[in-house]
Design a binder for this molecule. Structure first.
Ligand SMILES: Cc1ncc(COP(=O)(O)O)c(C=O)c1O
Length: 416
């Protein structure tokens, strides 16, 4: 049920944190874990756990049967598609669920590839996670297509001049990300989509690193395909795509013969879905909506993301200021206070490896990732060792300002 309540001015982080079992203080600091690993997957609120368990206890079944549990499962899938529509700002018919973003993208890319001819061109970017690059490279090999890479600006954004210069009447797809999972850049997605469309190409957006931090609106963006992963935004391990419904209807999706052909997005769902994960996804969107206010799921999400963005900007600005004062480590990409970034930071230590620094943080109960995070081309463009990569500090809206004190104390100790 959608509740209407007045719009709060700031995110109530006590209320937020109380809803996440993993964040509840069960041990005294410093043993209490500090989660700065969000870009690899976020923690989940209680209601996600409860919804998944309830599905398995009360509704566990396959689809299309003549009995109650199966009817509940059919209703859940329809509900998840409706929630997927609200979450992406698009027609629910365009929503397809799958194992994860990568698998969904491989399927979608194969489908669109079957409509291309030798010599057709795809543009990818050096900012993207390889899940929006490798599928294109492999499909290009099969079908004699050309993949061209768009480079980066000095502040690690997609270089629009380079993009313009590489677009041509042979370009069929521009594959890009809305945010970087390695260095936090928020890209000028609307401009990229407009440039792609002007050239007659499809705009194929990876919103995995964007969705936990910013409101998605496929309508406003005009994107043709958009992918994200609910496990990065407080839900269970699951992938989701939104495909423009007419495109989803026309693409030659690979399906088993008896499988139904409607609704359009569903054509990319092969086999039985993780229904319990769909229940968790609905609960995750409900959780996000509960942070906002308004009469509809969409308006609740709009206002919730306003609060999330404001809170995360404060975290990012505070982190950015203090990291500049640290000796022995440098931050890559945009400054902490730059509005065109999400609170994901890539740090390069001078006298240790990112893994050693991550291990030192672990000793202090702080969870942070090191490596390349499959953002292969960003790490290579920075001239860093691909295996070592960077230390990634990734905040979510459930992080609070005082946690940065503990982080900086641990970093100062480790860098001495
Ligand atoms: C930006 C980005 N794109 C794509 C992916 C792949 O997502 P999935 O794990 O759902 O396949 C990730 C995963 O980290 C990511 O960060």
């Amino acid at each position: 049920m959608i509740q209407t309540s007045p719009m709060p001015r700031a995110l109530d982080t006590d209320r937020v944190r109380a809803q996440f079992p993993a964040l509840r203080a069960t041990r005294p600091a410093p043993e209490q874990p500090l989660f700065l690993d969000a870009p690899g997957g976020t923690q989940v609120p209680e209601r996600v756990v409860a919804a998944m368990a309830a599905y398995l206890v009360e509704s566990n079944s396959n689809t299309g049967g003549a009995f109650e549990l199966s009817r509940r499962t059919d209703a859940l899938i329809a509900e998840a598609r409706r929630y997927g529509g609200a979450f992406t700002g698009g027609d629910p018919d365009g929503v397809a669920f799958g194992q994860n973003m990568t698998t969904l993208n491989f399927n979608l890319v194969r489908a669109v590839g079957r409509m291309m001819r030798a010599g057709d061109e795809i543009l990818t970017t050096a900012l993207d996670h390889d899940a929006n690059i490798s599928p294109w490279l492999l499909m290009a090999e099969d079908r004699g297509l050309v993949v061209r890479e768009v480079g980066l600006t000095p502040d690690l954004d997609i270089d629009l001049e380079d993009l313009r210069s590489k677009l041509s009447d042979r370009t069929r797809v521009v594959a890009f990300c809305l945010a970087s999972n390695a260095v936090g850049t928020v890209t000028p997605a609307e401009e990229i989509v407009a440039l792609a469309h002007d050239a007659g190409a499809l705009a194929w957006g990876d919103a995995v690193a964007y969705a936990p931090h910013r409101r998605i609106d496929v309508g406003a963006l005009g994107v043709d395909v958009l992918l994200c992963s609910p496990y990065k935004f407080f839900g269970p391990h699951l992938g989701m795509a939104w495909v423009r419904p007419d495109l989803a209807r026309d693409l030659p999706a690979e399906r088993v013969r008896p499988a139904a052909e409607v609704p359009p997005g569903h054509r990319f769902e092969t086999g039985t879905l993780s229904h319990e994960a769909l229940a968790g996804f609905v609960a995750a969107v409900d959780y996000l909506a509960s942070l906002g206010s308004g009469d509809t799921l969409a308006s609740q999400l709009d206002t919730a993301y306003d609060l999330i963005r404001r809170h995360e900007s404060e975290l990012a600005a505070a982190f950015g200021t203090r990291v500049g004062e640290l000796e022995g480590v440098r931050m890559v990409g945009r400054s902490g206070g730059d509005p065109a970034r999400v609170p994901t930071f890539g740090l390069v230590p001078e006298r240790a490896t990112p893994r050693q620094l991550a291990e030192a943080l672990d000793d202090a109960g702080i969870y942070a990732w090191d490596g390349n995070f499959f953002a292969k081309r960003v790490i290579e463009t920075l001239g860093l060792d691909l295996e070592e990569g960077v230390l990634r500090i990734g905040f979510a809206h459930y992080n609070v300002l005082h946690e940065t004190d503990r982080l900086f104390e641990a970093l100062e100790r480790a860098l001495k």
